[in-house]
Write a protein that binds this ligand. Structure first.
Ligand code: PMP
Length: 405
């Protein structure tokens, strides 16, 4: 025994310099006071969880003597074969022909981001992301010490002129992005692929919100456009990330990567080292849940989120002062608000909590290379219609006051 305590901080690896708690997340943790109307949490409405189907699934799997032995046992790192088959068939039907060997199950798509970072990013390697992009992807990649490069504003209108390092990893959320709610048009997707060809980029398509479209028809995925030119998923430069978190339940932790077989084989080795496999019983229960009535369930989700989005957009139209603009999502969970120059989203949050008891996520942390402070993210997924209307009114009142100061 010595009386000196161990200096843990001095022993952390160099890469931990890049791994920091975000101040915003710390602040948002304090927000569960009941009088605060929060647009901060970008998480599914728990009222839409198919709890009964999931309960039946666990019961059925555990009541069956053969299935229960399998369900409670270790299993292969690639994932439960019937679920991989279901995923491969669904992706094939959606313009992305692939085989179960092109699919690996992950603990949510968040783990796919981490494993992809581990497989592709050496310290200093260029990683190209949208401005703004999903904060969780930056957090997953940060540990691998990339050199982030923002996709320049307007790049997809003139992809031949974009000046970015060749050989980069490019991460994009083409459908109803977190944090903006905005989707890439078909022309933008084609431009992105043309740019990727010219700059020999590897693409990650994060499709977390793709199934939550409530207006219009789906736009082809990057992977489907890539396959149409390259001839097959094994020749593609794009990896596709899917998840059941936004449609069934995030607690099941079921996500997947679809990519060339050679890439999946490497990811399986990393998955083995990380956590062996996704919970066997959860994969089996998820498989039962998606095998029956999944499309009807999606229909219900789209109706519910579409309704909430309309309530929020109408409230914004009615109350926001001139000079404030916002995105018009056709799916997903988010509206992105551009504030007039000089209004800082983080300062606005502090005042919103103190003066109006309303909360949201400031925009700055979603920028990888060059930050922009005058934006905020609202999510309509959790609050009720009344809360959305009241909360937007409070926010508009505050922004009006700040603009007048
Ligand atoms: N990608 C995006 C764009 C997300 O918003 C999220 C969840 N916030 C994830 C991936 C991760 O979700 P999960 O790990 O639950 O699949």
């Amino acid at each position: 025994m010595t009386d000196q305590s161990h200096d843990w901080a001095a022993r952390f690896s160099d890469r931990m310099a890049r791994v920091r708690a975000s101040e915003i997340r710390e602040l948002l943790k304090l927000l569960d006071q009941p009088d605060i109307l929060s647009f901060a949490g970008g998480i599914p409405d728990p009222g839409l969880f198919p709890a009964e189907e999931i309960q039946k699934g666990y019961q059925a799997v555990l009541a069956d003597p053969v299935l229960s032995r399998q369900a409670l046992q270790y299993s292969v790192s690639e994932g439960y074969l019937p679920l991989r088959q279901w995923i491969a068939e669904r992706m094939t039907r959606n313009g992305m022909p692939c085989e179960p060997h092109n699919i690996m199950l992950t603990a949510g798509s968040q783990q796919a981001l981490d494993l992809i970072g581990k497989l592709f990013i050496s310290p200093g390697d260029p990683v190209v992301v949208a401005r703004p992009t999903y904060l969780g992807a930056l957090q997953a990649f940060n540990g691998y010490e990339p050199a982030y490069r923002d996709l320049p504003d307007g790049a997809l209108a003139a992809p031949e002129a974009v000046d970015l390092p060749s050989g980069a990893l490019g991460y994009f959320v083409p459908d109803f992005a977190n944090p903006t709610g905005v989707s890439l048009t078909l022309a933008e997707r084609e431009a992105l692929l043309a740019m990727a060809d010219r700059l020999d980029m590897t693409l990650v398509e994060d499709a977390a919100y793709r199934e939550l479209r409530f207006i219009g028809e789906p736009t082809p995925t990057l992977l489907s456009l890539d396959i149409a030119r390259s001839g097959g998923v094994d020749n593609a430069r794009t990896m596709f990330l899917g998840t059941l978190s936004k449609t069934l339940s995030p607690a099941l932790r079921i996500g997947w990567v679809c990519g060339p077989k050679a890439v999946i084989e490497k990811l399986v080795l990393l998955k083995q080292g990380a956590d062996l496999h996704v919970s066997t019983i959860n994969q089996m229960v998820a498989h039962r849940a998606v095998s029956e009535g999944y499309d009807q369930h999606l229909h219900r989700l789209r109706g519910a989120y579409g309704h909430k989005a309309r309530v929020m957009l109408a409230a914004l139209d009615k109350t926001m002062p001139k000079g404030v603009t916002w995105s018009h999502p056709e799916g997903g969970m988010f509206v992105w608000i551009d504030l007039p120059e000089g209004i800082d989203g983080a300062e606005l949050l502090a005042r919103a909590i103190a003066e109006e008891r309303v909360a949201f996520v400031p925009g700055a942390p979603f920028f990888a290379e060059v930050q922009r402070a005058n934006a905020i993210r609202l999510s309509y997924s959790l609050p009720t219609d009344d809360q959305i209307e009241e909360g937007v009114q409070r926010l508009a009142r505050l922004i009006g006051r700040v603009m007048a100061e």
